[in-house]
Design a protein around this ligand. Structure first.
Ligand code: GYE
Length: 328
């Protein structure tokens, strides 16, 4: 089963209703492992702190899993090291937390540790990114539809540049991560059959610095005149690319067009300033939904396996209208 939920202000309203329903459930629920009444000890294995999206997500998760909301949060950020993240999950199992939440850095390699959590009777909720393991090994996932985000970005590129020969470079997210894999797949399917040619593609690891370095390499190889379009898998890498293009004497958004994904504040500001041309939203405010899932799973309430946030997209004009009212 799949659930879709709203983003932004509409989402906060919807989540408030869900949370109110959950409160009255737990009065009568018996629960196990601290599912009702007691403080719920949750281990959260975050990816790291690579981007503006990640900062907004971490802050939102910490608010949702607060003491006031009935949680005792053990937080770990793995600095984008998959082995360190798995070690953090093992340490949560050893601490016998009530539930584990993971934002998996990469999709592969989760079978063993998820099985260990299952053997220890500790439910796992995935937040943000997905895994390739069988969905029997975790209780639920909440996040954004990365493939659709890639398709929306690719459709914009196809609509605007599909009929003229266009040389494109790609700044990929972390290799092996669900958003890098799915955004690439969605984008490539949307530009299929157009005149957009992918001349190069490399990972910038979802960081501003990584995006800047990779773009510097592309500019050395092809020159400002040899690149028409950049597809950045996130805003931070687009912001790094902007610095590289400006340092090479080019005008980002004009000489070289840029499309990216996230719609975090700095990305939206660059869109308003005309340095990025189009941004697809990826909502990082998943905390209340994740916290509600944890409570429901511990109470034995049925939950959907996949819960998708609804994302929008912004042109430069649309960004001007909404930038001041966005929460991240
Ligand atoms: O787009 C990027 C972050 O997993 C959706 O991770 C997330 C991605 C997001 O570093 O900025």
């Amino acid at each position: 089963m799949k659930t879709k939920f709203l983003t932004g202000i509409a989402m906060l309203g919807a989540l408030a209703l869900v949370a109110a329903g959950c409160g009255s459930d737990s009065d009568s629920g018996s629960g196990s492992g601290g599912g009702s009444g007691d403080t719920i000890k949750v281990g959260f294995a975050q990816t790291g702190s690579e981007s503006g999206w990640r900062s907004a997500n971490t802050e939102n998760m910490k608010q949702a899993f607060s003491k006031e909301n009935g949680f005792d949060l053990v937080f770990n950020a793995a600095d984008n090291d998959p082995a360190a993240q798995i070690a953090a999950v093992r340490s949560f199992i050893n601490q016998r937390v009530d539930a584990i939440v993971i934002a998996p850095i990469v999709e592969d390699g989760w079978d063993d540790v998820l099985q260990e959590a299952a053997d220890a009777d500790i439910p796992v909720v995935l937040e943000d990114r997905t895994v390739t393991s069988s969905d029997d090994l975790y209780a639920s996932w909440v996040g954004d539809d990365f493939k659709k985000e890639g398709e929306t970005a690719g459709q914009w590129a196809a609509d605007n540049f599909g009929d003229t020969p266009t040389k494109m470079v790609v700044l990929e997210g972390t290799t092996g991560s669900a958003p890098a894999n799915d955004r690439a797949e969605g984008f490539d399917s949307a530009i299929g059959g157009t005149q957009i040619e992918k001349i190069d593609s490399q990972t910038g690891d979802f960081t501003r610095d990584g995006g800047k370095k990779v773009m510097e390499g592309f500019l050395q190889k092809y020159g400002v005149d040899g690149i028409d379009l950049v597809f950045a898998h996130n805003d931070d890498m687009a912001l790094g690319a902007i610095e590289a293009i400006e340092a090479a004497g080019g005008k980002p958004g004009e000489d070289i067009k840029i499309v990216s994904i996230d719609a975090v504040h700095d990305g939206m500001q660059a869109l308003v300033d005309g340095k990025i041309n189009f941004i697809v939203e990826c909502n990082p405010l998943l905390g209340d939904y994740a916290a509600d899932l944890v409570k429901k799973v511990l109470d034995g309430t049925d939950v959907d396996k996949q819960n998708y946030a609804e994302d929008g997209s912004f042109t430069q004009d649309q960004a001007k209208e909404v930038i001041d009212s966005r929460p991240y």
